[in-house]
Ligand binder design. Structure first.
Ligand code: NAD
Length: 341
């Protein structure tokens, strides 16, 4: 009988959520080899993978659009689980340069799906898990019910449109070819190693440096926030207990508007760095993002049915995140481009 396929391929594993997932995979599957495939765009860094056991973790610098490379990795490492996180992920960048989002998020996903289908023609017990966003559902009015898995797709930005396209392809490969897939659509993540262009790390860094803290529009845009470790646990819940072919929404049940979030972060900074208090005085309202979704909220009843619930409260998660960034300014310096580049 053929050996079971125990290898795990994590795409985008040198990014924010991907590197947290790689760590969780090594802890959760002690007998498994974990392979990270990452193109090391501006958002990826091997600094995110420092300290991992080289006997159990393999880092491969490469593009998910390279079908031959993906196929080689699937075969060479007996991969039975693909967790697909590689993406262009920043909404603002998708507004100024949408092409890269279509290339990586849509065409890259299709390349991975094709390679997995070919590699797994005769395999049992394999899984392709696709990590997506709640932004595919568009936005909500203040009193609308939260997004469920039945909410029709209505993406607003080139980022969310490209993620929606990738979700549709994943479902089509399940329906057309019988590829065993699962999908998670998650709300905003935060935590250690998030590239310092996203809201929470920007606020922490600006507060620390005593620089203006930009808040889009009136700061009233509402997001749901989930600690990155809770997101990794949710992915495992779906991979291990979810039904093949199904989609699960993931969220933190922590809805808050951007201004309140920024103020909460400033309050943690006031506690940790009292010499700069009150950090909220640094808030500066800036011109809103075009097409800015007003509110996202996620109904998590379906994934809760798998026994998953977020472990961190927003407050404990924000404190842990601030403390991580304050203790890892060397990481911030390592991942940000230098003035000359
Ligand atoms: P990130 O930008 O921090 O990391 C993305 C990683 O993908 C980087 O390491 C980058 O180098 C790599 N990558 C980009 N293009 C690639 C390519 N063509 N080939 C190989 N690697 C490539 O993103 P993140 O915030 O960690 O998000 C990971 C995934 O989770 C994405 O699919 C994103 O859509 C999804 N997601 C993110 C959030 C969030 O709040 N951050 C929420 C829900 C879903």
């Amino acid at each position: 009988m053929a050996e079971p396929l125990s290898g795990i391929l994590v795409t985008g594993g040198a990014g924010f959520i991907g590197s947290a997932f790689v760590r969780s995979a090594l802890a959760r599957r002690p007998g498994a080899r974990v392979v990270t495939l990452d193109a090391l765009t501006y958002a990826g860094s091997t600094a995110n993978l420092d300290g991992l056991d080289p006997d159990r973790h393999v880092f491969v610098e490469g593009d998910i659009r390279d079908g031959a490379l993906v196929r080689q990795l699937l075969d060479e490492h007996a991969v039975g689980l693909v967790v697909h996180l590689a993406a262009e992920s920043h909404v603002d960048r998708s507004i100024t340069g949408p092409a890269a989002f279509v290339e990586t998020n849509v065409l890259g996903t299709q390349t991975l799906l094709d390679a997995s289908r070919a590699a797994w023609a005769d395999a049992a017990g394999v899984r392709f898990h696709h990590v997506s966003t709640d932004e595919v559902y568009g936005d909500l009015g203040p009193d609308d019910p939260a997004f469920t898995e039945q909410t029709p797709y209505a993406p607003s930005s080139p980022y969310s449109a490209s993620k929606a396209g990738s979700d549709h392809l994943v479902r089509a490969y399940a329906r057309t070819y019988g590829l065993p897939v699962t999908i998670t659509n998650c709300s905003n993540n935060y935590g250690p190693r998030q590239y310092p262009e996203k809201l929470i790390p920007v606020v922490i860094q600006r507060a620390l440096d005593g620089e203006p803290i930009p808040v889009y529009g009136d700061g009233g845009n509402v997001r749901d926030w989930l600690f990155v470790g809770d997101h990794c646990d949710a992915i495992w819940a779906v991979v291990e207990r979810g039904a093949v072919g199904e989609t699960y929404n993931v969220g933190g049940n922590a809805e808050v508007d951007n201004l309140a979030l920024v103020r909460a972060l400033c309050a943690v900074m006031d506690d940790r760095r009292p010499e700069g208090a009150p950090h909220a005085d640094l808030v500066e309202f800036v011109t809103d993002r075009p097409g800015h979704d007003r509110r996202y909220a996620v109904d998590t009843a379906k994934i809760e049915g798998l026994g998953w619930a977020p472990g961190q409260s927003l407050r404990s998660g924000l404190e842990a995140t601030v403390d991580w960034y304050l203790g890892h300014q060397d990481w911030v310096a390592a991942v940000l481009p230098t003035e000359a580049s």
